[in-house]
Ligand binder design. Structure first.
Ligand code: UDX
Length: 434
């Protein structure tokens, strides 16, 4: 490796902490900055507040080798850095009452502007400031303006990390995208990633920023397509698993992101697709295809609710919901399909008893949390699987039959043992099979 670089990372969410810990693992000297002093203190002793595979181990390794430090003061964190990574949240804008309104597609850039202003006060001349946060096209200019430093270059380097596999996605990326007006600065950033041997695309900042939205919009489109093909399969009596196997073997389509489910969610896809629809509209293009993709996702939540309503009277039913996180491998419930579906069931008068192995709290809802899957099923008329945790694949069907008050399963992830359920007298519905 070339001489280790001095890297500062501003923001220790899952993107920032992964970036900092992975750069330290690659041999660089890293300081992570966060305005949350409690978090900095916890991280400084290796207490990682995020559920992310392999991350705690890398933080511990960085602390032990002295290559990773955490500070609450931006000035202290960035003053010696050759590279400053901005990894602060860019959530949907809130309305006057403070409610997030992702459907408007507006992005709240206040944290980014404030971090950039602060960095501008302390960063040394010749440093490169790298924006990793997902931001509307044109935000590299906004960062440069907020910093007010003509001797510092701003580079856009969007992240493509998936929650649950963020560490390996960082260390072994499919590609690296660097947007810069200064090619020398772009090449310096590219060098930090050269060990991964991933294809590197150096382009202008607006193109790099657009590519992040385009990637997420494409994947969301693929998933909505899969879920609508599943609906067609149900209608015509075809088997979605075999249809998708045929599709997945076509190299032009590929088998990834091809699993039907209750709808897609998480902290990125919904926010980024809404933002792209909005950005396009503001620029005079009605992105009707992507609006359709969003509408199909909302329909998918309703299709799951309708499957439950087909076997019970929602106004009186108790439903065992297995899974709350937006996917397995994370404790994140932001924009989780599970919550969207639960809210619709609750609004129809149902009682929802939920269990998720990684989620111990959900705020602002009447979902009752159970200690395990069997406790969630106690007295329930329908078992509804919404997150694809492994432990739901191997539940003891006889025990489920013993605790439920009616034998209905709606498997919105197609993961349960359908034959075992049918043998025990369950009515079994899944996604994409009649
Ligand atoms: C996503 C992008 O993959 C990542 O590149 C970007 O940086 C951030 O957004 P993440 O939000 O972690 O990552 O989730 P991802 O694993 O892509 O899943 C998103 C949603 O799609 C989840 O609700 C998941 O359950 C659903 N999904 C995914 C499916 O229903 N079927 C699939 O085959 C894949």
């Amino acid at each position: 490796m070339d001489a280790p670089a001095k890297i500062a990372v501003v923001g220790t969410g899952y993107v920032g902490l992964t970036t900092g810990a992975c750069f330290a693992h690659l041999g660089h000297q890293v300081v992570c900055v966060d305005i949350d002093i409690d978090k900095v203190q916890r991280l400084s002793v290796g207490d990682v507040p995020i559920f992310e595979a392999g991350l705690a181990e890398l933080v511990e390794e960085g602390l032990n080798t002295g290559r990773l430090a955490f500070v609450a003061n931006t000035g202290v964190g960035v003053r010696d850095a050759d590279f400053v990574y901005l990894c602060v949240p860019t959530p949907p804008s809130t309305d006057r009452e403070g409610n997030a309104d992702s459907s408007a597609g507006l992005v709240d850039l206040r944290a980014l502007e404030s971090a950039a202003r602060e960095v501008g006060l302390h960063v040394r001349a010749g440093a490169v400031v790298v924006n990793k946060s997902t931001v509307p096209v044109g935000s590299a200019r906004l960062v440069a303006k907020a910093m007010g430093r003509s001797d510092v270059t701003v580079v856009s380097n969007p992240e493509f990390l998936r929650e649950g596999s963020a560490v390996s996605d960082f260390l072994f990326p499919d590609r690296v995208v660097i947007g810069a007006t200064d090619r020398g600065a772009a090449q310096r950033v590219a060098k930090l990633h050269q060990r991964s041997a991933a294809p590197t695309i150096i382009t202008d900042p607006a193109t790099a920023e657009t590519s992040k939205y385009a990637a997420n919009a494409f994947l969301a489109t693929k998933l909505s397509f899969v879920n609508t093909i599943a609906a067609v399969c149900e209608a015509v009596g075809a088997n979605v698993a075999d249809v998708l196997s045929v599709l997945g073997h076509d190299k032009r389509i590929g088998s990834e992101c091809l699993t039907p489910g209750p709808g897609w969610g998480g902290s990125c896809f919904p926010k980024d697709t809404q933002a792209l629809v909005r950005m396009a509209a503001d620029a005079g293009y009605d992105y009707s295809l992507l609006r359709g993709v969003l509408a199909a996702n909302d329909e998918q939540f309703n299709r799951v609710v309708n499957k439950v309503a087909a076997v019970v009277d929602l106004a009186r039913a108790t439903i065992a919901m297995l899974g709350l996180a937006f996917k397995a491998g994370t404790d994140d419930t932001r924009n989780s399909p599970a919550l969207a579906i639960a809210e619709r069931l609750l609004a129809a008068g149902a009682r929802v008893q939920a269990y998720d192995p990684a989620v111990t709290r959900v705020e602002g809802t009447n979902i009752a949390l159970a200690r395990d899957a069997y406790a969630a099923c106690e007295g329930a008329e329908v078992l509804l699987v919404v997150t694809e945790w492994d432990e739901f694949k191997t539940l003891d069907v006889a025990q489920l039959a013993g605790v439920m008050s009616a034998l209905n399963v709606v498997d919105a992830r197609n993961i349960m043992d359908a034959e075992a359920l049918l043998r025990h007298g369950f009515d079994y519905q899944c996604i994409g099979r009649g």
